[in-house]
Design a protein around this ligand. Structure first.
Ligand code: CA
Length: 219
């Protein structure tokens, strides 16, 4: 088993590393968010332990970029004690589990074993479902009302964000941030264009326009 430990406090990362190595687990250390993301995308790891407060790129941004790249690497986030908001946010953007500092190594190890052995990297996490819509992450396809639709990378990212927030209205600016990472002028109509592409594939009724607010996946 190989685990990425992304933590800038060397006292904590050394403590985790020592415990993992004693269990025969290989450890890849990352001390900032940029190297954590690079390791998660390039190394063949089984899991990442991700501190929320990291230099260069915070843990939430690392997690968000990782999930947007399509990776389903199990991630356990480390949050400050009693920071329920951080925990909720982390789980919303795709963390599999969390630990609040300070924590016991035994509890961390139990959670690692749970995440690595429950087959979290197999089928369940490669499919997302919202109502009648099922997204196949690996094949980049949408299954909707009995039909299968192949999607472009952007179409898929956009539909994925809508699917992950189904029932909620997302503004064009929120969608730009999630899917295009603000590379585009917020005044750009690129979101409308891609919503139209998705409607052409799935059917006009699949995505609802809420006037003056944004878009919602109909589930
Ligand atoms: Ca930190």
């Amino acid at each position: 088993m190989r685990i990425i430990v992304a933590e800038d406090e060397t006292r904590i990362s050394a403590f985790i590393k020592k415990g993992l190595v004693a269990e025969g687990i290989q450890v890849i250390l990352a001390q900032d968010g940029v190297s954590a993301l690079a390791a998660a995308l390039s190394e063949q790891a089984d899991l990442m332990i991700l501190d929320v407060g990291l230099p260069l790129l915070d843990g939430f941004s690392v997690l968000k970029k990782l999930r947007e790249s399509g990776s389903d690497l199990p991630v356990i986030i480390l949050t400050a004690r009693d920071s329920a908001q951080d925990t909720i946010r982390g789980l919303e953007i795709g963390a599999n589990d969390y630990m609040s500092k300070p924590f016991s190594f035994g509890e961390l190890l139990a959670r690692i074993r749970l995440r690595v052995s429950d087959g979290a990297r197999e089928t369940p996490s490669s499919k997302l479902q919202a109502g009648q819509l099922v997204l196949d992450v690996e094949r980049r396809q949408a299954h909707y009302r009995g039909k299968v639709h192949d999607l472009s990378a952007r179409e898929f990212s956009l539909l994925r964000v809508l699917c992950e927030h189904h029932g909620k209205v997302l503004s064009p600016v929120q969608l730009l941030e999630h899917v295009w990472e603000l590379d585009f002028d917020p005044g750009s109509n690129v979101v409308n264009v891609y919503i139209r592409y998705l409607r052409q594939k799935l059917g006009a009724e699949a995505i609802e326009t809420i006037r003056g607010m944004g878009y919602r996946l109909v589930t």
